[in-house]
Design a protein around this ligand. Sequence first.
Ligand SMILES: [Zn+2]
Length: 308
Amino acid sequence: MRNPWPLDRPSRIDRAAERRESTDLAACDAIVVRDGRVLTADGRLVELAPDAQPPASLRIYLGRDGDRDLVALVPEDPGFGTDPDGIGGERLRGLRDLLAGFWDRGAQGERDHELASTAVAIANWHASHPRCALCGEPTVPTSGGWVRRCDRDEREHYPRTDPAIIVAITDPVDRLLIAHAAAWSPRRFSHLAGYVEPGETFEQAVHREVAEESSLTLSSVEYLGSQPWPFPASVMVAFRAVTEDTEALDLDMDEVSEARFVTREELAELVASGEVILAPKGSVARRMLEDWFGGVLPEPRPDATIDV
Ligand SMILES: [Zn+2]
């Protein structure tokens, strides 16, 4: 089985923060990002040379890839890259839909995942923070797109990332808790998760969220890894935990409407039959599932009803 946690390594792209101010962004190769989507062909990021780039409303310095500088480009035209028949099969696709394809492509996919996650995260920040939070004046991008500056009071505003915890909970016989959020489409199950609140440690957020959503208490909490999750602005911080008292399970129906403990055999059958739909390959939630499962989870059988 492929190690589900290849994340303990440096970035594949050198962010080269010292080059953000000095690099001519219009002279760099660009990946294209807009509204949480990136320009791809066959699941790979498309990189456009300067003479092939559309007019840009914003360029953000992403870093060095070998001896090249790369930027993320937000096109002026809101319709750019949305026609699937246009520009040689290249089109904008949502990052969530690209995760499984990135995962299948090894180191090159990890590189694309890094670039796409960074581009989507910081473009989302620019789109949602056009004004100074203190005086309300429009701000302007500087420092290669990594700062927005208010000319009125000279304050600098920096990109934000909101941490969220996600936790794989097992019982004393190593069954896994799978949960369905009330807001999700039917049959979709995953782990419990929630935002870290100001003043909390990640571990305290794990205990609090699990208690709020399920009334379970945890006897051990162990860090697994993390993954950027720019939907729109998070990083998922993954843990595994054990509960001794499964009888305490009592759901907060507003957030989590269904949850149960399953054995490996039960989960494999639920997935194969299409009764349960899990997070996509390449997501942190899927890594946590397969870490517990001890291998790659089966695909739904061909006759399984997976449309919802
Ligand atoms: Zn201001």
